[in-house]
Design a protein around this ligand. Structure first.
Ligand code: MSP
Length: 511
């Protein structure tokens, strides 16, 4: 039976335009989706937008728009960024979609009927930007500054509560039993500590503003935006409507989120699911945050990295590559323009681009532009490359993007070294070395071919260019054949295939 892989990004708030942080989560998810498709798995990749709540209502007032107008406008910006970044999602959900609203209400009603929602009074502090009720610890940390923070409001309202406290032990048990449930490990420990500190029931409806899903049993209340938003992971796959589809995809394999929203995904969300008697997602992975030139990204500092700008200037694939190569997924990292330039010049222009162009030009010059015969006993370069490919696979399964890319870099480095050491330009002058030269050229082309597969999830267009040069079909054309299995082996290139130099893959970026 075909393996299934359901992966989600967070759904993004529509109060502001997308920046590098949003691009990061989405590109990482796209890499995983493409990787799994390449392994022959059936993939459902979900992204979308989170459009209700006080924050959106507040922003719409500031821009003199209706919340729906604001949402429609900003959604276009997200959609066009995903198109520019070559994101291959299978569905884009908006929480204002009718199907979503239906499913979210069904989810709420299920928890209600299971006895886990009750009416009460809430009094406390609320951070509108994060759409979050502040805990006592958060309030203590903020101290007096809480009174001068325009983003934090004091609430006193009737509300429906979710019995979060009831699930405390069950949650801890699940986390302890399922080591992969929260990743990376450091985040898992944070969550355990938070739960052990004691869970309080959670307010899941609001009455002091209107932009949300009204509760049918009490329409003064709109659903708390996080209850609404989290349920998108169910409603997008037919929850309450299309059981066959829902049962096919749920539970999700991975929810990919930033560290700031881990608590919502690793505590609230599983508790809601437990209440609705649904299985929990297999993994919630929290990645770190990007700072810019060493500082936190913020509008007031004017240091927002605009992904559109980078894509337009340097192309989609180099930007995608940089995002995932720069620092380990799970840790925080810094965005610097110098580093971007160095990384691209070194890894892409020098190591990869140069290797491809010199190899193809040697095949043109020494073999009449045709792939030479398949050697009978491949050299250590090939066995090494297969070993690196295996490690790449192991690294990518666990979302260790930078290490997976390191394996590819090693293949490239070894191949470049093999060219430098064997000096093909000298071999070509000696007729007795002709067959050795052809063996070398065949092997170098083979490594490039394998690299075009391994880099495909990261750089879907540029690897396509490489494959065209080698006269190979695009990865998309061979997905149904389990590209990883078919292509990560020796001897796939057919002797006599015509290669073409075409245009260079990368231009160096000048300082
Ligand atoms: N709407 C909620 C998610 C609901 S999911 C059911 C939300 N939206 S968001 O637009 O504010 O943030 C979306 C994602 O972007 C989060 O995973 C967040 O961690 C990520 N990032 C926002 N800024 C970031 C950086 N500077 N660096 C990396 N990721 C960051 O939260």
């Amino acid at each position: 039976m075909t393996e299934k892989f359901y992966i989600t990004t967070p759904i993004y708030y529509v109060n502001d335009y997308p920046h590098i942080g949003h691009a990061y989560t989405t590109v990482a998810s796209d890499v995983m989706a493409r990787f799994h498709r390449m392994k022959g798995h059936e993939v459902f990749f979900l992204t979308g937008t989170d459009e209700h709540g006080q924050k959106i209502e507040k922003t719409a007032k500031q821009t003199s728009e209706k919340p729906m107008e604001l949402a429609d406008r900003v959604v276009q910006r997200f959609k066009s960024l995903w198109e520019k970044l070559n994101i291959s999602h299978d569905h884009f959900i908006r929480t204002t979609d009718r199907e979503h609203i239906f499913g979210a209400l069904h989810f709420f009603q299920t928890c209600f009927e299971n006895g886990d929602i009750y009416l009460g009074d809430y009094e406390g502090w609320y951070a509108v930007n994060d759409e979050e009720f502040l805990t006592e610890t958060q309030v203590q940390e903020l101290g007096d500054s809480i009174h001068n923070n325009p983003n934090i409001v004091r609430l006193k309202e009737k509300t429906y509560f979710f019995k979060l406290s009831k699930f405390q032990d069950q949650l801890l048990e699940h986390i302890h039993k399922n080591k992969d449930f929260i990743q990376p490990n450091s985040r898992r420990n944070e969550v355990i500590k938070f739960i052990e500190g004691g869970l309080k029931d959670l307010s899941i409806s609001r009455t002091s503003f209107e932009w949300g899903i009204p509760l049918p049993q009490d329409p003064k209340h709109v659903m708390y935006v996080w209850f609404d938003a989290l349920s998108n992971y169910l409603t997008a796959i037919g929850y309450g409507k299309d059981d066959a589809k829902f049962n096919k995809w749920w539970p999700a394999n991975v929810h990919l989120v930033g560290k700031d929203i881990l608590r919502f995904h690793a505590i609230f969300w599983p508790a809601f699911l437990m209440s609705a008697k649904l299985p929990l997602p297999k993994t919630v992975f929290a990645h770190g945050w990007w700072t810019v030139e060493g500082e936190k990204m913020s509008k007031s500092k004017g240091n927002f990295v605009d992904p559109f700008e980078f894509v337009e200037k340097y192309g989609t694939d180099p930007f995608r590559y940089f995002l995932l190569k720069e620092f380990p997924f799970g840790q925080d990292g810094n965005f610097s323009r110098d580093q971007f330039r160095l990384r691209l010049n070194n890894d892409l222009a020098n190591e990869l681009g140069n290797l491809v162009s010199r190899t193809i030009s040697m095949v043109t010059k020494y073999c009449g532009g045709k792939i030479p015969n398949v050697p009978t006993s491949p050299s250590v370069l090939i066995s090494d490359s297969l070993e690196h490919s295996k490690k790449y696979d192991e690294q990518l399964v666990t979302m260790t993007f930078d290490k997976a890319l390191d394996e590819v870099s090693q293949m490239l480095r070894k191949t470049n070294q093999s060219i430098d050491q064997s000096k093909p330009w000298e071999m070509a002058k000696d007729e007795t070395k002709k067959s050795a030269l052809e063996q070398n050229l065949y092997e170098w082309c083979e490594v490039i071919r394998m690299v075009s597969v391994l880099l495909y999830p990261f750089m879907p267009s540029l690897t396509g260019e490489i494959r065209k040069k080698l006269g190979l079909p695009l990865i998309e054309e061979i997905l149904s054949q389990n590209a990883m299995q078919q292509e990560i082996k020796f001897g796939v290139l057919v002797a006599g295939t015509v290669v073409s130099a075409g245009t260079p893959l990368f231009a160096r970026i000048e300082a």
